[in-house]
Design a protein around this ligand. Structure first.
Ligand SMILES: [Zn+2]
Length: 322
């Protein structure tokens, strides 16, 4: 009897990560590439290429997988596989049938779900959330995503529960990409931080853009922010301090509302900045937490594979077989 293998793909604003997993979420093959420009058609094409490559690296053909799950940003309709209003990918506003297009192209069933829910589910089963009944997952990267586990189950609400990035931390504050004002993402998301750094760079000195230029990157990556902090760059330090305060208000308030046991921090910036910055966020959050007994704070354990591993759980029959 053959071991069932599943594909999982995490579609992000920066990269597409694909994995092949077997039981227990163990990765047996993986591949990644940069997210292309050219709208949803280009993304669908590259998702197919990346999962095919991951399958090859696992020593099999993509058609031998039981199914593929895709974690996508934006507004996802899991029942039809349609994705729309993707904020961090170019030219993806209208609905696009990502699931059906990929099912057709790959010749195996493809299920689409929310990217952050997938990452939270992976941490719940195999990562930092193992053994806890309730936790808040916060993914601090290009944007700020979130997901919620209560009573041992991922909470979806009407589909969007856990969107901590769009909790208001300052009424009438900065305009967020989502159209609202004062969202935590407008103060802490890597995208928003970069826009602000660009404005600051016209007024005062910062090494952020020199580092970007030297490394030949088109955005200020998490690694660049880290280097600038190490060099005590004033702009980087101030902007990240402000981000920490914004995250603290949002997380502390969410904890007061939900009384979760644990806060799990992931995402490119969250993981790159690591434990000491998580400690600062915890301290800021405690100032906004009602109880004396605050939850514990842990870094996500599955790293940048977490989203893809979680996505593989969406693959057909995954939930029945474990
Ligand atoms: Zn927002």
């Amino acid at each position: 009897m053959t071991v069932p293998l599943r594909g999982g793909v995490d579609v992000g604003g920066t990269k597409i990560q694909a994995v092949v997993t077997r039981r227990g979420g163990k990765v047996v093959g993986q591949a990644r590439r940069n997210t292309p420009t050219g709208g949803p058609e280009a993304v669908a094409r590259d998702v197919a290429l990346t999962i095919t490559e991951a399958a090859t690296n696992a020593g099999l053909r993509v058609r031998e997988l039981t199914g593929v799950g895709v974690g996508a940003p934006g507004a996802v309709d899991g029942s039809t596989g349609t994705v729309q209003q993707v904020p961090n990918i170019d030219d993806w506003q209208g609905p696009y049938p990502l699931g059906p297009v990929l099912t057709e192209r790959l010749g195996i069933p493809v299920t689409v779900g929310n990217d952050v829910s997938a990452a939270v589910e992976a941490e719940r089963r195999y990562g930092a959330g193992r053994g806890t009944r309730s936790f808040l997952g916060v993914f601090w990267g290009t944007g700020v995503g979130g997901g919620l586990v209560l009573d041992g189950r991922l909470v979806r609400g009407r589909g969007s529960a856990g969107e901590i990035g769009h909790v208001c931390v300052k009424p009438g504050g900065r305009r967020c990409n989502c159209g609202l004002r004062g969202c935590v993402e407008a103060y802490a998301g890597r995208g928003a931080l970069e826009q602000r750094a660009r404005r600051e760079a016209r007024k005062r000195k910062t090494i952020l853009f020199e580092l970007q230029h030297k490394r030949g990157r088109d955005t200020l990556t998490s690694g660049i922010w880290l280097r600038a902090l190490d060099a005590r760059d004033a702009v980087a330090t101030e902007l990240l301090d402000e981000a920490v305060q914004a995250l603290g208000v949002a997380i502390g308030s969410a904890v007061t509302l939900l009384d979760v046991e644990l806060v799990v921090m992931g995402g490119g910036l969250g993981e790159r900045l690591g434990a000491s910055w998580l400690g600062r966020i915890e301290k800021a959050a405690r100032r906004h937490t009602f109880f004396r007994e605050a939850p514990s704070y842990r870094l996500a354990e599955l790293g940048d594979m977490g989203g893809a591993i979680g996505a593989s759980l969406l693959a057909r029959r995954a939930l029945e077989s474990e």
